[in-house]
Write a protein that binds this ligand. Structure first.
Ligand SMILES: [Zn+2]
Length: 153
């Protein structure tokens, strides 16, 4: 089933590879059975940190920039796409309710930006430490430069 288009789109693959290179480990296309009874399969799931990442196709998920509804067969595509989007929102709500952080990226988002968004979501927000003058940070040790004979200057 490796040729499954739903799970192995190019932007998603690129994002997964980039995250893997950064040392992140995740589950791909992992089914979550939420307490609400809803089953959701994020494209990339960080189960320990409870971060669910979706890479949404511009067409299938009706991206505001590229997701203009196809004119042909609108009677067919219109309701289908609306249903997709509605399902996305319901899934998001169910995940958030279950304590997950949901990250949705359009497939048109540049890779760097996508990686940055995911990494931010994975990084716990720590309040900045207040400056503590009683315990100033030690300056880095300096290696003395090699002795030079400047009497010749
Ligand atoms: Zn788009």
């Amino acid at each position: 089933m490796r040729a499954n288009r739903r799970t192995d789109t190019k932007p998603e693959l690129a994002l997964r590879h980039a995250l893997h290179r950064l040392g992140y480990r995740y589950r791909k296309d992992y089914r979550l059975d939420l307490e609400s009874g809803r089953r959701v399969r994020p494209d990339i799931a960080f189960t320990a940190r409870k971060v669910a990442v979706f890479v949404d196709g511009c067409f299938w998920h009706a991206c505001p920039e590229h997701g203009s509804k196809p004119r042909a067969n609108e009677w067919y595509w219109g309701p289908k796409l609306i249903k997709n989007v509605e399902r996305d929102r319901v899934n998001d709500a169910a995940l958030i309710l279950a304590g997950w952080t949901v990250v949705r990226l359009w497939e048109h988002v540049p890779l760097d930006e996508a990686v940055g968004t995911v990494v931010t979501a994975l990084t716990p927000t720590v309040a900045p430490k207040p400056a503590n003058p009683a315990n100033p940070a030690k300056p880095p040790k300096r290696i003395p430069p090699p002795a030079t004979d400047d009497s010749l200057g």
